[in-house]
Design a protein around this ligand. Structure first.
Ligand SMILES: Nc1ncnc2c1ncn2[C@@H]1O[C@H](COP(=O)(O)OP(=O)(O)O)[C@@H](O)[C@H]1O
Ligand SMILES: [Mg+2]
Length: 395
């Protein structure tokens, strides 16, 4: 059917035409935001899930809700190579300017601006010029103390203006360890004082463990809603509603088949939906169309995101990943992978850690390792043949 009307949006962070199956999560976020704004206790949440489940689009949806509710928001995507302070400072400055416009600068706001300036100069972050005209308490250089002071000062200023600050942080698993524990400590203080500042995060599933390692109370401080494939009804809605809006339908067989092929993963639903649209010449989209769509979708994924991800691996990482793939889609024991490679556990561990650091693999619990992208195991088996010989990864 006409490409110009194709209603599916495959792509990282691209909002779907129909954000299906996430009503409860969105409602929970709205409740927390409204409670925080009203000065009531509310819990921050970090969504954990594999790539392509819709964490980023949910963070964007939460941001929109927070704006609608009159809150001040900052959304950042963690870059593994930039310290948190540098990524956060300009966003916090933006929030302070917005608070400033809500009511003529009171002493509270001056204090927050001062904390920000001290913070920025201590951690080499760039913020625009602000004329303070008063002495600034210097930062200590200890991120957990300075970030706590800063967030508390900002949240205090927000409270006085009957608003709330909503921080949205994507790819949280890329935070450096010290940054993560500082952020947790700062949020702990904010929560203890019941200040109107909430954090919504998104990250790969190993994050809860990382956070727990960083600070034991982090486990109670945040909710960690797991984000996974959509349920059956959600997956159907994700496919049918966008088509409906363009006056097109799926046959029942086609729909069942596509849902099965995608494993109900949001990203794959968009990819398959899009290829079904292209494969069909008219509505309804038939099983035949959907089967041709599968061929095209798999080829496009292989040449696109899968290939790009494989290209980011060094030889020994590739060999490790290929050995993992042999075990299938579910996380596998890293000792089994080491065995398959003919390596000792301690020889294989650094390679496994490199894959985790690159965001290619994650460890849902001690000893287990899995791919962060669904279907990547299938791709590895297709793309990287084993010639029957035992592969050895040089440790
Ligand atoms: N609830 C949903 N219903 C339909 N499509 C979705 C849903 N959530 C995400 N998508 C689609 O899935 C893809 C990946 O979303 P994204 O937010 O980037 O995932 P993540 O951040 O978890 O990797 C995008 O194409 C998006 O449009
Ligand atoms: Mg994302």
């Amino acid at each position: 059917m006409k490409a110009t009307y194709n209603p599916y949006n495959p792509g990282a962070g691209v909002p779907p035409r129909e954000l299906a199956g996430r009503d409860q999560l969105i409602e929970n976020a709205r409740v927390a935001i409204v409670r925080a704004k009203g000065g009531r206790a509310a819990k921050s949440a970090i969504m954990l899930g594999l790539r392509g489940v819709g964490k980023t689009v949910l963070l964007n949806a939460f941001e929109a809700i927070a704006e609608e509710e009159g809150c001040q928001t900052a959304l950042i995507e963690i870059d593994p190579n930039t310290p948190l302070a540098q990524q956060l400072a300009p966003q916090l400055q933006h929030i302070l300017h917005r608070l400033d416009r809500m009511k003529k600068a009171g002493a509270d706001l001056q204090k927050a601006f001062g904390a920000l300036r001290a913070f920025a100069s201590m951690f080499k972050a760039t913020v625009g010029d602000v004329d303070f005209g008063f002495a600034v308490t210097p930062a200590t250089g200890d991120l957990s103390i300075d970030l706590t002071d800063l967030l508390v000062a900002i949240a205090d200023a927000a409270k006085k203006r009957d608003t709330a600050v909503i921080l949205l942080i994507d790819e949280i698993q890329y935070l450096q360890k010290g940054d993560l524990s500082a952020l947790i400590m700062a949020m702990h203080k904010v929560a203890q004082r019941q200040l109107p500042l909430l954090l919504f995060g998104g990250g790969l599933p190993q994050l809860a463990k990382l956070a727990g390692d960083a600070k034991s109370y982090a486990e109670r401080l945040f909710d960690y809603p797991p984000i996974g494939p959509l349920d059956e009804a959600g997956a159907r809605t994700a496919l049918t509603v966008p088509a409906d809006r363009e006056g097109a339908k799926f046959t029942k067989e086609a729909l069942d088949y596509v849902i099965d092929q995608t494993g109900r993963y949001p990203f794959f639903l968009q990819v398959w939906g899009s290829h079904c649209w292209d494969a069909a010449t008219k509505s309804p989209i038939t099983l035949d169309d959907a089967k041709r769509a599968t061929e095209a979708a798999v080829a496009a994924l292989d040449e696109g995101i899968f290939k790009v991800r494989l290209a980011r691996l060094t030889d020994r990482q590739k060999t490790y990943a290929r050995a993992m793939a042999e075990f299938g889609a579910e996380p596998v024991n890293s000792s089994d992978v080491a065995n398959a490679l003919g390596l000792s556990l301690s020889q294989a561990a650094p390679i496994r850690d490199e894959l985790i650091k690159k965001g290619m693999a994650y460890s849902p619990e001690r000893g287990l390792i899995g791919f962060t992208v669904p279907k990547f195991d299938e791709y590895m088996r297709r793309a990287v043949p084993t010639n029957g010989k035992k592969k050895t990864a040089k440790a």
